[in-house]
Design a protein around this ligand. Sequence first.
Ligand code: GCO
Ligand code: MG
Length: 408
Amino acid sequence: MKISDAKVFVGGPGKNYVTLKIMTDQGVYGLGDATLNNRETLPAAYLQDYLIPNLIGMDPRNSEDIWQFFYRGAYFRRGPISMAAFGAIDMALWDIKGKLANMPLYQLFGGKSRDGAMVYAHSTGVDLPDLMDSVESYVEQGYKAVRVQCGIPGMPTASYAVPEEKNAGGDYITDFSGIRPKTEIWDTDRYMRFMPGALAEIRDRFGPDLKILHDVHHRLLPREAAELAKAVEPVGLYWLEDPTPAEDQDAIRLIRQHSTTPLAIGEVFNSIWECNKLIENELIDFIRIAVTYAGGITHAKRVVDLAGQHHVRTGFHGAPSHSPISMAAQHHLNAWAPNFGIQEYLVLGTPECDALFPSEHKMRDGLFYVSEAPGLGVDFDETEAKRYEYKPGSHPVVRLEDGTLWNY
Ligand code: GCO
Ligand code: MG
């Protein structure tokens, strides 16, 4: 059996999804997602210029050897661009494997450990009452877990994941007005004065059962993060995410020494080599890698297995920049993983998105149920895809009030 062709599509409804389709000489095809948010043309070029010409003629069943060929064979290893490109190939090869076996992917991992897998939604508000309304609407829809992000009184601009004004809608992460980013202004003191009390009010209003998550998005210094983690202990957060920039892993040790608040980190990691020490030293509670950015199912599964030996649960990244293809790969891992924790899930199910990526996967009452279709269980409609093209966009950049550049 041989790979006969592979194509890359960039575009989608309100997102630049990078979709890979691998064809075989036996008619079976597989799908992968190489979307690297706001840098989408780069994994697409890596696929087109280097990986696909090597892929043609390979036996698609040898997904492990193909992964090793691209990873070890690249010489310059890792990094988000190459790992997203390998990740898409790997997902597509697992999709083919599942279709050949006529089994949904979770069966190839070892079957189901649960029926519905818990997801969390993003609630956000320009201020606390606005955020409370947003949480309320998710609770009413049956969600068991929500991430809460709130506008900070006196902050000069909206900060991470907070709309500029009420009901602004739109995409709060990507600005599609061009390559040059807009600027957000950040003030740690205002954040630190406000956030612990706001989280406590959310807990009081919604009671003990709701799982509350909060993403600091890399904004604090290690000592500040330890102070926050300690201050929010009475709230009983499900997790505190990315309290400090992920490059400095000793910072996590400092936070850990001062607080028992559960820590989640890893959405920007690309390999096991960035999280093995954090996991082995049991410094984190949740590992946030994404199947796309961490080299596909083959590599992500190694991280999940290592994490399982150290009481670290999964909390795969699921920002809206991931297409339903990589989300399906994660949902299959979630159905299987004995150390599954939670899945970040943003409702992708617009009619346009469903038309482009048809599937039978279902979300109900805050739990995700994978379909029984073979492979990933998601298709890709190439006719629909013709409606979309690449639109340049950017993440915002963050500065302090005096102009110093900070972490987005
Ligand atoms: C999350 C993430 C995202 C990132 C985004 C960047 O927890 O979902 O922090 O919101 O900001 O993926 O492209
Ligand atoms: Mg995050």
